[in-house]
Design a protein around this ligand. Structure first.
Ligand code: CP
Length: 307
């Protein structure tokens, strides 16, 4: 199939074939990072701008690495040190980046819908690098690429997502992507961190992590987002760890080869023990590496899209 979209805003808006095209393109780009000269000329002459209104390590760096591997020029803008501090609106900032002849804007923002709004206002490509509680599509894509590599086809897999579902853009993008590719998804969290109506997205709901791990092929452990009010649900972090933390004792009762994922950054001893995070079931750093190939694929495809 041919890619036609100028933007990547979320997995809700993609069909199965489009998600598979991104994953296939990412698989073929993985080889570039194994070369002595890790570069191809696919985006030579193009300019990508990282426009980040929130902190990031993995996403910002891997978009930059991905763009450079494709021979694009990359400019990083942190809202904190830009004219956003002088009151410039998101749309005005975007239009100025467009006027400076950039080809792709990669945006992370604390407001849900910020990437969609920017994409409507601009003719150039917009890639969502995480917007509020809404979506983090490239995180879910790299999670799915990792699942495929480790477990084969995603169809029929049982994936448990545990943690702060209510505030999690990673959970939402994973749910859209995994269900479209035929996985069975269970979300597990204390009642107060399960958003109302989430069952309409086609997931099972559990408040018991031991039950939710029983048939799981993979567990995706989310960070407790204390900066987004998770405190209200669990004022005592140790209490959360006791009830929902992923520990070796819990994994011993799950499938032997269950894989443990985490989008990062990890709160060690809160949602996952160090023993598990660094243990043999963990694929957390492989997820990070796969972020490069997935973001190469996304930058390459949106630059072919016509809008
Ligand atoms: N997973 C993720 O989005 O990490 P960063 O916030 O470091 O980009």
């Amino acid at each position: 199939m041919l890619w036609t979209r100028k933007d990547l805003l979320g997995l809700e808006y993609l069909n199965r074939e489009e998600i598979e095209l991104i994953l296939d393109t990412a698989s073929s780009f993985k080889e570039v990072s194994t070369r002595e000269i890790k570069k191809v000329p696919a985006l030579r002459g193009k300019t990508a701008v990282n426009l980040f209104y929130e902190p990031s390590t993995r996403t910002r760096v891997s978009f930059e690495v991905a763009a450079k591997r494709l021979s694009a020029d990359v400019i990083n803008i942190a809202a904190e040190t830009s004219s956003v501090r002088k009151g410039e609106t998101l749309i005005d900032t975007g239009k100025n980046i467009q006027a400076l002849k950039a080809d792709i804007v990669i945006i992370r923002h604390n407001c849900s819908g910020a990437a969609n709004m920017l994409a409507r206002a601009l003719d150039i490509s917009v890639v969502n690098a995480g917007d509020g509680w809404h979506e983090h599509p490239t995180q879910a894509l790299l999670d799915m690429l990792t699942l495929q590599e480790k477990l084969g086809s995603i169809r029929g897999l049982h994936v448990t997502i545990v943690g702060d579902i209510a505030h999690s853009r990673v959970a939402r993008s994973n749910i859209w992507g995994l269900t479209k590719l035929g996985a069975q998804v269970t979300v597990c969290a204390p009642e107060i961190l399960i958003p109302a109506g989430i069952e309409k997205m086609g997931v099972n709901i559990s408040n018991n992590i031991d039950q939710a791990l029983k048939n799981a092929d993979a567990v995706n452990v989310l960070r407790m987002q204390f900066e987004r009010d998770a405190n209200a649900a669990f004022p005592e972090q140790l209490e959360y760890f006791k009830k929902f933390g992923i520990t070796s004792e819990r994994l011993a009762k799950a499938k032997k080869n269950i894989i443990v994922m985490h989008p990062g950054p990890i709160n060690r001893g809160i949602e996952v023990s160090s023993e598990v995070a660094d243990g043999e079931n963990s694929v957390i750093l492989e997820q990070v590496t796969n972020g490069i190939a997935v973001r190469m694929a996304v930058l390459f495809l949106v630059s072919q899209g016509k809008g």
